[in-house]
Design a protein around this ligand. Structure first.
Ligand code: RTP
Ligand code: MG
Length: 137
């Protein structure tokens, strides 16, 4: 089943020089390809759209501040079961609960600074891809 997903390498991943490492893990998966990629610093407007589902949660404001704190890398990845697949590569939200071998398990300790975002369903993927890459069909 071919799908596409939006992946963000969060500001901690970029600051710590983990972009190559993380993209490398995605690139090495069979039958996946990166079809869009951009480094940019996110403004409040983009973040409000992206995190609309979390408005009002206690972690919302600190998350918004963190996500605007430096450049991120946004990418669209296409391929076989890629939505479930990238979330499996990332590991659970809390890096301390994430197994070794996952991105969060190998590199993270803080829930907020958990290195990557990946769309969690086909609906979220289409919605999020439109926010970050409005020119993509
Ligand atoms: P993501 O959306 O980034 O792929 O991660 P996720 O689905 O695993 O996590 P989600 O529940 O959607 O939360 C979005 C991001 O908010 C930060 N967060 N902080 N308790 C906290 O301090 C807390 N909970 C969530 C994380 O950066 C999480 O990835
Ligand atoms: Mg999420």
């Amino acid at each position: 089943m071919t799908q596409r997903t939006l992946v963000l390498l969060k500001p901690d991943a970029v600051k710590r020089g983990l972009v190559g490492e993380i993209i490398g893990r995605i690139e090495r998966k069979a039958n996946w390809s990166i079809t869009a990629l951009e480094l940019r610093t996110l403004g409040r407007d983009t973040l409000e759209q992206h995190y609309a589902e979390h408005v009002g949660r206690p972690f919302y404001e600190p998350l918004m501040e963190f996500m605007a704190s430096g450049p991120i890398v946004a990418l669209v990845v296409e391929g076989e079961r890629v939505i479930e697949g990238v979330r499996a590569l990332a590991g659970p939200t809390d890096p301390i609960q994430a197994a070794a071998g996952t991105i969060r398990g190998d590199f993270g300790t803080i829930v907020r600074e958990n290195l990557v975002h990946a769309s969690d369903s086909e609906e979220s993927a289409e919605r999020e891809i439109k926010i970050f890459f409005p020119g993509l069909a």
